[in-house]
Design a protein around this ligand. Sequence first.
Ligand code: F3S
Length: 425
Amino acid sequence: MKLTDAERAMLDGREGKAKQKAMDLLVRYGEALGAERLVDVNNVAGTWNAGSPAMKPFAEKGMDAVFSKFNLDSDEVVETPQAEVYTCQLIHGIDTQNAHVTGVAAEAVERQKQAEKYFGRRGVAMFNTCTPYQVGNVPVRGEHCAWMESSAVVYCNAVLGARTNTEGRESTGAASITGKIPYWGFHLEENRYGTHRVEVEVEVDDMMDWGLLGYYVGEIVQEDIPVLAGLTHTPSMIKLKHFGAAAASSGGVEMYHIPGTTPEAPTLEAAFGPKKPVGTIKYGKAERKLAYDNLNSSAKDTAVDFVMLGCPHNSIEQVWTAAKMLDGKKLSPNTQLWIFTPRALRDTAELNGYGQMIRDAGAHLMSDTCPAIGRVMPKGTIVVATDSAKQAHYLPAIMKCQTWFGSVEDCINAALTGQWRGGLS
Ligand code: F3S
């Protein structure tokens, strides 16, 4: 791999031990990928948490030991330097304000708080969300980034037109203190063009339909790049957030185009650039029903124990929608409702009084984690309901529960009545 003089200086240790480890990691990683060089990044989103049991023995030696092992893949403990470039913390396993709800041990919460203090002072903005673009991290078109988290990556590439591969904790740790990442994959223009044309033949407008469309398309294209044609409604940020998360979970979609909407596709032709589509996919009534049936294939019992909203983390608009639907009502005594939003938006929701409206109904407004990442659900949960295709995809496998997928209205209704009455219209 070709290195600049500044990169060579870091690799030789002239910028300190941590940067040497980071550059060594990036060079090995880049060479394994076949990258010819590194690229400058000024925007990193990763994790610097320490709450999980696996980190306990390291945290007992101090946060530098956590950083060295988990963010630099180094057995040698090095001092954590300041972040060199704009860096933020994504979602992790613990909502430090709601451990009494999730049942997370106090010592794990304490470890997480220490990590936030330690790494926060070294320049990691503690956004604690899978949607950093909702709370101030909005890279511009063409900006090279190093982000983790599949739903954030596909939003970064497709909706913002910024450029990132799906990075890991170690590569984002190294990128944060060097401002470098291997130049390959989605950093290169030629890898960003569409591969499949999707002919959308049904109306796709509400949140549930955007989730179904994403889930269907992701399953077919896997890691390729769909281009959506035939849409009759312009999607909002929350619908694109929902679509991308669904496509990234049934497949591994990291990039898509919507001609006339997403920035790298002013037209259908521009979406494919010099490439010819390798296939055309039809999305009609039958495909919509197939996606719905697949997402609901694990569920049989209509008595719902737990309702989860906020995957990807809810916007303030979504929190408000849920609060209005709960206003003046009470949850079924047999059902819990957890609503997840970025930490900064939870603070806003509390200032606006939405948090109180949600709690008055018996539900919880939460942040920092989600059931799939934190592996947390109310004790004894057998049947879950969610408006998220991503949670409906993962929860049956990782939490061994039945999961219903439907609209926000279906989910709130299930929380209020304890019964699933959703369905496809
Ligand atoms: Fe975010 Fe967890 Fe969903 S990371 S996208 S809320 S599975």
